[in-house]
Design a protein around this ligand. Sequence first.
Ligand code: P6P
Length: 345
Amino acid sequence: MANKGVGITITQHILNQQRENPAATGGFTTLLNELIVAAKVISREVNKAGLVDILGSTGRTNVQGEQVQKLDIFANQIIIERMQHIGQLCCMGSEEDPDLIDIPSQYPKGDYIIVFDPLDGSSNIDVNVSIGTIFGIYKRKGEENRIDFLLDHVLQPGKNQVAAGYFIYGSSTMMVYTTGGGSGVHGFTLYPSVGEFLLSHENIQIPEKSKTYSVNEGNYAYWDEKTVALVDYLKSIDKVNGMPYTSRYVGSLVADFHRNLLKGGLFMYPADKKDPKKPSGKLRLMVEANPLAMVAKEAGGYASDGTGPILDIQPNEFHQRVPLFIGSRKDVEMAEEFISGKRGE
Ligand code: P6P
C-alpha cells in the first residue's frame, strides 16, 4: 500500500477557513501560523524539561504573586518574540506581564490583539503533568496605535474574540482552536516526525450532560453555602439525574478542560474566601476563562461565572479574576441554578 498523504495540516485548515472569508487578507493566517511556531518550540522545551537545567523556579514571582518557573519565562518570551514582528498586532497581553506588551517600533502594527497565558499549570511542570498555552484573539476597536491608549481596546467582552484556543503539552502535543461563528472546534495533533499539527479531532462536540465534575475540594471550607450545596449535590445519590458524579481533578486547567471537552464534564473554580485579595477565585477572565469559554460555546457547551455567560462580562482590568463553571451545557446550567440561589438541594 503506497503511503497516503499526511492528512489535513493545520496550515491547510487555516487556509481553507481564510478562503471561506472573502474579507480575509491573510493577516490572521500569518498570526496563527507564527503562534504555532511558538507552540512547537515550547513543546520541544517542555518535552525535554526533565533532561536539561530548566526545571525549578527562578526565585521570581509574577504579577499574580506566584512562583515563576523557568519555562514560564521561556514560553512568554517565545510567544512575544514570534508575535511582535508579524505586523498584525497593535499590542499583546500576557498573564505573566503586569502591563500590556507594545510592538517594538521597528515593526509595523496591525489590527489584531492577542491575549495569552503562556504556560498555564506551570506548577505541574516538574511532575510531568500536562500543561498548556491558552490564547484569545481580538480586533482593535479603531486606528489607535499608542500603547497608553490601547487598554480600552483590549478590555473587550469575550464574545468579541475572533478566535480562541489552546495548546496542550501532554502525552502528545495538541492544538485546539475555533474562529467562532459556527465554524466549529477542531483539534490537531503534532507529529514530531513531520513537524506539523495534523487534523485529528474534527468538529469536536462536548456532550450536553456528563457524569464528571472537576473542582479542588480542598477549598470546601472557603466556599459559600450555595457552592457547598452544589458540590454536595454532585456527590449525593440521585439515580434519576445520574448522581453521584465521578470526580476528576488534575489541577492543570488545560488538562481538566481538554478531558471534559472530549468526554463531557463540569469544571469549576468557584469564588472562595481563601484569599481576601482574590474573592473571585484564582482564574483570570481575559487569558483563561474567555478563550476556553469561546471554545466551549462553539463545541456546544457553556461557560458561566455562576450568574451568567462568561463571554458577556465587560472586563474592568486585564488581570481580573472570575469564578468559572465551564463544560457540558446542562451541567453548567445546573451549577448556575445553585450559585444564583434558584436551587439548593
Ligand atoms: P488549585 C494552575 O496553577 C492553575 O492556574 C490552573 O491551571 C488550575 O486549574 C488551577 O490553577 C489549580 O488551582 O488552587 O486547585 O491548585
